[in-house]
Design a protein around this ligand. Structure first.
Ligand code: ADP
Length: 287
């Protein structure tokens, strides 16, 4: 089982003629609401990849539709608590040229209790995978608990937070970061990816693919060639698929290859959690 301590966000997307300036009030010509948040995206990706996933997190009273949707996507939602806060959400304005402006409010995602984490991990078995990112509270404390219970610990350093990443770094078996986060981590610690005290490190490189640093050194994986329309969620889809592959016992190169196929499909689709491809789409895709 994969235990994902992660954010759950409503992505509220507004179509606007131009991005609003200071003091401006602007009417949207359209609006859509989807499930997002790095944590939820990863849970959905890992479930779509065939993994057994339990999401650990929190929503407010306004967020039960998101819990329901995660359930529909095959995620175990028993450890998503309801707290006295507004649900996490992102207000996204998109203009006619596709340029966007995003405001994120963590809300309930920052009010996850260690009691809930403890109740979830009490159900875990040694060898299970624990995964987390930076859009919640309690990452380091939960990662330590998971490690003490004999789980393997994976972490996506997104969005980058210098203190958070340094707190979890000694606890990790797998670290996934994008190129910018890798630079930020090197600036913060003085350590390049190949010098980090983590068994497996994957640096994703957008349209250039990714580089894996493992026991046998570094290995490059070129990306599949697609025409991107929306790169939102590509990294989360990649991470969710890698985790599911590892959980299934795939060797890392195979887990990465499958994750890159899934992420390549993802960038050809608009939206986030609701459009993450399933394993069948990934296996049948022709690039
Ligand atoms: P993030 O979204 O976290 O910034 P990246 O942009 O590095 O992460 O993308 C994650 C993965 O998604 C890449 O390693 C790659 O496999 C895939 N990907 C991203 N952009 C493209 C693209 N334009 N074409 C093909 N694959 C892509």
């Amino acid at each position: 089982t994969i235990w994902n301590l992660g954010s759950i966000n409503a992505d509220l997307v507004y179509d606007v003629p131009h991005l609003p300036g200071p003091g401006e009030t602007l009417a949207a010509s359209g609006m859509s609401r989807g499930l997002g948040g790095k944590g939820a995206n990863m849970s959905v990706a890992a479930a779509r990849a065939g993994g057994r996933v339990a999401h650990v997190g929190a929503v407010g009273a306004d967020g039960q539709w998101m819990v329901q949707r995660l359930l529909e996507y095959g995620v175990d939602t028993r450890f998503i608590g309801e707290v006295d806060a507004v649900s996490g959400h992102a207000i996204i304005a998109v203009d006619t040229s596709g340029e966007n402006l995003i405001i994120i409010h963590g809300g309930a995602n920052r009010a996850i209790s260690m009691d809930l984490v403890g109740r979830a991990l009490a159900q875990a078995e040694a060898g299970d995978l624990f995964v987390t990112q930076n859009e919640t509270n309690a990452q380091a404390e939960a990662a330590r608990m998971a490690r003490d219970l004999g789980l393997r610990v994976a972490y996506a350093a997104a969005p980058f937070d210098r203190d958070e990443v340094q707190a979890v770094l000694p606890l990790l078996d797998l670290l996934v970061l994008n190129e910018v986060e890798a630079q930020q981590l090197e600036a913060a610690t003085g350590l390049a990816p190949d010098a980090l005290p983590v068994a497996d490190v994957i640096v994703t490189l957008g349209a250039r693919g990714c580089r894996w640093y493992g026991a046998e050194g570094a290995r490059d994986f070129p990306a599949f060639k697609v025409t991107p329309v929306d790169t939102t969620g590509a990294g989360d889809t990649f991470t969710g698929y890698v985790i599911a592959g590892i959980d299934r016992g795939l060797p890392m190169p195979q887990a990465i290859a499958q994750a890159m196929r899934a992420a390549a499909i993802m960038v050809t689709r608009h939206g986030t959690a609701d459009v993450i491809p399933d394993l069948k789409d990934v296996q049948e895709a022709q690039f």
